[in-house]
Write a protein that binds this ligand. Sequence first.
Ligand code: GLA
Length: 377
Amino acid sequence: MSALEETFKELYGRPAEVIAEAPGRVNLIGEHIDYSEGFVLPFAIADRTFALIATNGDGMVRIASQQRKNRIFTIDAKDVKPGSAGDWEKYVLGVIWTLGITGGVDILVDGHVPSGAGLSSSAALECSVAVGLNSLFNLGKSLEDLARATQKAENDYVGMPCGIMDQSVSLMGREGSALLLDCRDLTTESVPFDVASAGLELLIIDTQAHHALVDGGYAERRASCESVAAKLSIPSMRHLTMEILDARKSDVTDTEYIRARHAVTEIQRVKDAVTALRANDFTTLGRLINESHFSLRDDYTVSCPELDVAVDASLEAGALGSRMVGGGFGGSAIALIKANQIEAVKDAIKKAYGDKGFKAPRFFTSLPSAGASARSL
Ligand code: GLA
């Protein structure tokens, strides 16, 4: 019995019935376009969250975490609905709610995706619980069903209007490949991402910054895209081109124009990045990654000084490409670097952070890893 299974037994007095796991993610390119029916190119990272689950006969939902074993959050299953009590437990409760689980369950989670680093620890938590419940209750849901259910949990239970990228890649990620995801219908294609054989490495830089704008700023960007779509009578940014946007410029505000320009150009960059990757053209991939950052910084204005300094220092130290990932206003950046330059790039970022008086950054690397899974115990 693993240490985690032992903890479950100690906390709940009997063994877990299922163990599930789901990874965090980084996104190579395709930022802030998942909620506009765009294309994204993320991959699942090796770090993951585990969820141990068992049914109980008493109609209560209990949630504990290996990181804070002294607290068991308890709620009557009948009270699991939006607006309920709960802090991080709401990510778990939201999934129970969207999957329509009405009986009592005991849950223990063990999170290894750094939280607050923009690596989707919340999607990893939601998806580990979702695949665990799907297996435990034989719900027969597809990965697409689970992606929509976990997104709904986060939108309607937690109150964060996220798109569907993070949950999709946490569920559908594939070892060795980035996932080209069409956010309109959730179809996917594997795009091999083998940086090592090209003598490269993808460095993940956790800026350790977390600005207050995170939630309101995200919702405001999403609302801008929806407003442009409504004004131009199109379903989403997916249906927009620069020709149409320029011809209709006077119908939208200046801010909406630059937000929409980001969406249109970012969707094209994802397509170009897939072509570049398939041709092993990492120079072009690096350029597209840089252009994505400039667009997020200047048109979408979701970057922050810590992210910009990480990107600038990486590029000055020789990275092929570097950009912020995720929602922005903090979190992580990535840098595509020649393997023999990795230490020089890290040193350059550390020095730039020291000079600016920023908190020291943290560095990770990860190869593309498999998506979520569950098995009975
Ligand atoms: C967050 C959201 C995603 C996506 C990214 C930006 O990670 O959860 O749905 O919108 O921001 O690309």
